[in-house]
Design a protein around this ligand. Structure first.
Ligand SMILES: [Zn+2]
Ligand SMILES: [Zn+2]
Length: 164
């Protein structure tokens, strides 16, 4: 699922001054769209988004990170940008990604599509089926057919023999 391209996202943002930075609280709601993994119907999901993140001053010891360069303590740390700006786009993206269902269903009981005709099983009668020859037996069926042909030929031969 994904956000519809070009969809407007109205944001409500609170900024609170804290030690070494600013606390950014962000509220919004998004409409995610995708395809049912079973029947490919459009699936639409409305999701509320609430996040709170601290953006630290670039001069803060936090922003400089620990001495140990292997540490991942800086991962996810948000830093106030040039001219005291905060970039909420990564905040919003990080908040939406966990809300995305990677196996969306149009409804929990969706039966999916008929493997033969591709129609939605939910729209078809319960006894819907196709007479299909198992591919492993298709060769056998072909043999049976050719046997019939040979039989017909031998019958013809026999008849011809009678005529002679
Ligand atoms: Zn479905
Ligand atoms: Zn079918």
């Amino acid at each position: 699922m994904a956000l519809e391209a070009g969809a407007a996202i109205p944001l409500s943002i609170d900024l609170t001054s804290v030690d070494d930075g600013v606390l950014v609280s962000l509220d919004t709601a998004v409409d995610l769209v995708g395809e049912c993994v079973r029947c490919l119907d459009l699936v639409r999901a409305h999701r509320e988004v609430h996040t709170t993140d601290v953006f630290v001053e670039p001069s803060s010891p936090l922003a400089r990170g620990p001495e140990d360069e292997d540490s991942d303590a800086l991962d996810g740390l948000r830093i106030i940008g040039l001219h005291d700006t905060v970039d909420v786009e990564p905040v919003l993206r990080d908040a939406i990604i966990p809300l995305v269902d990677d196996r969306p269903l149009c409804r929990p009981t969706c039966a999916g599509l008929c493997a033969v005709c591709g129609e939605k099983l939910d729209d078809l009668p319960p006894d819907h089926h196709h007479d299909v020859i198992d591919p492993r037996l298709a060769g056998l069926a072909a043999l049976l057919e050719s046997d019939d042909v040979e039989e017909d030929l031998s019958n013809d031969d026999a008849q011809e023999a009678e005529h002679q």
